[in-house]
Design a protein around this ligand. Structure first.
Ligand SMILES: *[C@@H]1O[C@H](CO)[C@@H](O)[C@H](O)[C@H]1NC(C)=O
Ligand SMILES: *[C@@H]1O[C@H](CO)[C@@H](O)[C@H](O)[C@H]1NC(C)=O
Ligand SMILES: *[C@@H]1O[C@H](CO)[C@@H](O)[C@H](O)[C@H]1NC(C)=O
Ligand SMILES: *[C@@H]1O[C@H](CO)[C@@H](O)[C@H](O)[C@H]1NC(C)=O
Ligand SMILES: *[C@@H]1O[C@H](CO)[C@@H](O)[C@H](O)[C@H]1NC(C)=O
Ligand SMILES: *[C@@H]1O[C@H](CO)[C@@H](O)[C@H](O)[C@H]1NC(C)=O
Ligand SMILES: *[C@@H]1O[C@H](CO)[C@@H](O)[C@H](O)[C@H]1NC(C)=O
Ligand SMILES: *[C@@H]1O[C@H](CO)[C@@H](O)[C@H](O)[C@H]1NC(C)=O
Length: 800
């Protein structure tokens, strides 16, 4: 283990050592309330009682932040009260005794120390040595760094000894207030000779997260983008593997902690400010980081599972209701005799090493030949990416836990083994779709969706959280607070010239910060009636929600009555500005519209099914979809709890009439958005002299007459993908069905939009807000024009 010569330790002057605040000799002991403090005043050791617990423990924490406990001695054996003492046993071990003088914890060093002395170093390491001075070149006889709790400190190593198999790992606390060994551990897995770290669920023997295997440069599945704060060091030889990190800047403190929920977090705080700990990295950091979330042979891409090319969902009905666990199977079983093909998956986290072979001396070409020769080889890749790549990893069987990596500098490519016929199938998705639809549509009907939805409800009701009730661990959030003066400056004193919009909660201004950064400044109305705590909770909630299709919260300001939120500034305004404008809408080609639809869907999927919380938007509409310079959509105005009302024309009937909102009312709004994006017309205010009075009725009518394409925005003429448009119209209609339980969940909707292989159920009648008696009471069977006069005209003002 860490061999630091003991002489470093004994250089500390011997005289008066026991008087030093960082040192414990045999002449004294430590009771509850007494502490050792490291010489630079960073760390403190003593007894503590966490949170609401009544138990006490011996631990080490940051002196400026006593709640940041970095090490606990008697995790397994707490003291029932505060009557504990830290002292030496007669063979020189550090021991904690309880009230009846029984040993509840011991440093269990095998060496007998005649004159033991313990010291708390500035690194946070508690070391034990002999003060007689003779055996000065020995290592410490014991040190706390060899027995990690849930936290790795700078300079502390996690080591796997390849000879003895001994491994140090982090073990999470059981709960926020209970340091006893909990459900998660961070372990090194070297099973195939390619090490990777894993967050495992200790008792269930299952993985929650893995870093991806070491590829010679880094752990392949984590984007450790240039990090100005820490320097990770990974050492690897025949005898041991170890990991540690250092801090670049002496002004900063940093810890790596596995919290009780199994999330590994890298925290940083500025020494001189000693304010709050900020999270700079977090693993798993999103849906796609969670181990095996997409099942076999699927790749997670921005919280959406997609089958690897040449594969299709093993059970499409489960896939549609968010249960990806069954994964994907080959569309056409491999037939090696028919010629071979390969499909390159770029910038991917390589699958877990389950059934693999590794030959470190083969090059990629040899690897390819070897894989293509062997019918059961599923995929291959280089094992080491240095110097253009070397080594051959071959997978047999299923590919598990892949994700798309973003902003990855060390790109890895996986080559999937396909047969020639599979490659043909990929090239011609449309024709395959028709075949599949023809075969399966007779088997699968809308009922499938119904069953699926019901399943979904069972599965998810437990997790449903009213956003106002979420208690958020404050230390998890890093959100800058701006002072009012800065914002007054940035917005020209909230001048009208800077106003770029007015949302439901107050005006929004364009702001120019001194750094030159443009921001959107949302000044919330003063009469929101919201308490300070409530506001803070809500801001923390919004700050947690980070996705490329959500407008990012950059900071906030709370001063006196002022409640201000700072968001990313968007170049291209909102979708309504383009889509409903005759000239501007020409910019939105079908390709762009389709990408916008998919982007909105992804953002909404994240809100609905993010792994941490569930958020119902409640006011999705074109004006809440902002577009950046590349027309990439970002949903805004989400996560506010005091949302009074949605917007007429987008509100699901059950929401409008009974105030019942659910994920499914968002789906309704999404469907409406979808139809508006396709047609370039507003649902409200839509008029068509010969037919019905809203867009929805119009779309339903056209679709049921088999003329769905006519809904298309005329400005696009015929420059669009016919199948895609038809598919989108149908998904739009599925989303606006009258009964919430008929509407798909977001993951199904998105799957139906992007996967040309998906079978779409037939939509039922749409739900019209404020309708009395339906004009289409029997669905598609009554389309008679004679009933048109009963159609309801919606003349509600836009409720912003
Ligand atoms: C001290 O620890 C011993 C052994 O764990 C236990 O039997 C005893 O009840 C404890 N005494 C107190 C006062 O907690
Ligand atoms: C490492 O991972 C493999 C594959 O998931 C698993 O079978 C094995 O038990 C793990 N080894 C350790 C030591 O956790
Ligand atoms: C830490 O805070 C001090 C005082 O505010 C500041 O001068 C210094 O630049 C900060 N250091 C870092 C690395 O952020
Ligand atoms: C991931 O999704 C994005 C957004 O839809 C898309 O542009 C990108 O091509 C996808 N990446 C892969 C590897 O499928
Ligand atoms: C997901 O589907 C699998 C079968 O493929 C089933 O065993 C599992 O229970 C389902 N999970 C949930 C949460 O419904
Ligand atoms: C593979 O294809 C060949 C030629 O088309 C055919 O003779 C053979 O039966 C096929 N094998 C399997 C397992 O489908
Ligand atoms: C690895 O590949 C090399 C070169 O192809 C070969 O000579 C060697 O035998 C292989 N090693 C093993 C263990 O298969
Ligand atoms: C394919 O590879 C597997 C695993 O290395 C091996 O067991 C099998 O014999 C190989 N099959 C052929 C036909 O080479």
């Amino acid at each position: 283990m860490t061999k630091i010569p003991f002489s470093i330790f004994v250089i500390v002057p011997m005289i008066g050592m026991s008087l030093a605040a960082d040192t414990l000799g045999t002449d004294r002991s430590i009771n509850y309330g007494e502490t050792l403090v490291s010489s630079d005043l960073t760390f403190e050791l003593g007894f503590f009682t966490p949170g609401k617990s009544s138990m006490s423990y011996l631990g080490i924490w940051y002196k400026f932040s006593p709640k940041t406990v970095v090490w606990v001695a008697n995790r397994n054996n707490p003291l029932a009260d505060r009557d504990g003492v830290l002292t030496f046993s007669n063979v020189g071990n550090l021991v904690v005794l309880n009230q009846s003088n029984s040993v509840v914890w011991s440093s269990k060093s095998s060496r007998v120390l005649r004159n033991p002395v313990a010291q708390l170093l500035d690194s946070g390491n508690l070391v034990l040595g002999d003060n007689s001075g003779s055996t000065s070149d020995e290592a410490y006889s014991w040190q706390s760094f060899d027995y990690p709790s849930n936290t790795l400190l700078a300079g502390m190593r996690l080591t796997l000894n390849l000879k003895t198999g001994l491994e140090q790992h982090l073990t999470a606390w059981k709960s926020m207030d209970d340091p006893s060994p909990g459900h998660y551990a961070l372990e090194l897995n070297n099973s195939q000779g390619l090490p990777q770290y894993e967050v495992v669920q200790v008792h269930a023997h299952s993985k929650k997260f893995r870093t991806g295997q070491w590829n010679g440069v880094q752990f392949g599945g984590v984007s450790l983008a240039p990090n100005p704060i820490t320097v990770p060091t990974f050492m690897y030889d025949e005898t041991e593997i170890s990991f540690m990190f250092g801090v670049r800047n002496r002004q900063l403190f940093s810890t790596m902690t596995l919290n009780y929920r199994g999330v590994l977090q890298l925290f940083v705080v500025n020494r001189s400010e000693s304010a709050t700990w900020n999270v700079v990295h977090e693993f798993p950091s999103d849906y796609c980081d969670i181990y095996g979330k997409c099942g076999a042979n699927a790749i997670c891409n921005l919280s959406l599972c997609e089958c690897v090319k040449g594969f299709e969902p093993k059970s499409p009905d489960e896939w549609m209701v968010l249960n990806f666990s069954s994964g994907c199977k080959r569309t056409i079983p491999t037939n090696c005799s028919k010629g071979e093909g390969l499909f390159e998956v770029k910038e991917v986290k390589l699958p877990n090493l389950l059934e693999v072979t590794l030959n470190k001396s083969m090059c990629l070409k040899e690897c390819k030949d070897e894989c293509l020769k062997n019918c059961s080889c599923t995929a291959y890749a280089n094992s080491d990416i240095r110097r253009g790549g070397s080594g051959c990893l071959m997978w047999f069987g299923d590919l598990i836990d892949m994700r798309v990596l973003e902003e990855q500098s060390n790109v890895q490519t996986l080559y999937v083994h396909l047969s020639a016929s599979e490659l043909d199938a990929i090239r011609d998705c449309t024709s395959r779709e028709i075949i599949i639809v023809a075969i399966i549509s007779s088997l699968i009907t809308g009922g499938l969706l119904l069953v699926g939805t019901a399943l979904w409800h069972v599965k998810h009701t437990k997790r449903r959280i009213r956003i106002g009730d979420v208690a958020i661990a404050k230390e998890d959030i890093n959100l800058p607070i701006y002072d009012l003066a800065t914002l007054v400056n940035a917005t020209n004193n909230f001048s009208d010239d800077n106003m770029i919009g007015a949302g439901g909660f107050g005006p929004v201004y364009k702001g120019n910060l001194q750094t030159g950064q443009l921001v959107a400044v949302k000044r919330l109305s003063k009469n929101s009636g919201q308490g300070l705590e409530e506001f803070k909770n809500e801001v923390l909630l919004i700050a947690r929600l980070q996705h490329r299709n959500l407008v990012g919260l950059l900071g906030c300001c709370i001063e006196g009555e002022e409640r201000i939120l700072l968001y990313e500034y968007m170049d291209n305004k909102s979708l309504n500005y383009f889509i409903f404008d005759r000239k501007q809408s020409l910019l939105l080609t079908w390709r762009r519209r389709f990408d916008i639809v998919v982007g909105i869907a992804r953002g909404l999927l994240y809100l609905h099914h993010d792994s941490k919380l569930q958020v119902i938007h409640r006011d999705l509409k074109t004006s809440n979809i902002l577009l950046d310079g590349d027309f990439s959509p970002k949903i805004s105005d989400f996560g506010r709890t005091k949302r009074v009302i949605g917007t007429f024309g987008y509100m699901a009937p059950e929401y409008a009439s009974d105030g019942k909102f659910s994920l499914k009312s968002d789906i309704y709004s999404f469907g409406m958005l979808l139809l508006e994006i396709i047609s370039g017309k507003r649902n409200r205010g839509f008029s068509n002299p010969s037919h019905h009075h809203n867009l929805l009725g119009h779309a339903w009518l056209l679709w049921s007459k088999g003329r769905a394409l006519e809904i298309m925005d005329e400005c696009l003429h015929s420059s669009f993908d016919r199948t895609q448009v038809e598919r989108c119209v149908q998904v739009g209609l599925l989303c606006v069905q009258k009964f919430p339980e008929d509407r798909p969940v977001m993951s199904s909707a998105i799957g139906m939009i992007v996967n040309c292989g998906f079978v779409l159920p037939e939509p039922k009648e749409p739900g019209y807000f404020m309708e009395r008696s339906s004009e289409y009471s029997d669905g598609a069977s009554s389309k008679g024009d004679s009933k048109t006069q009963n159609a309801v005209t919606l003349t509600m003002p836009e409720g912003r």
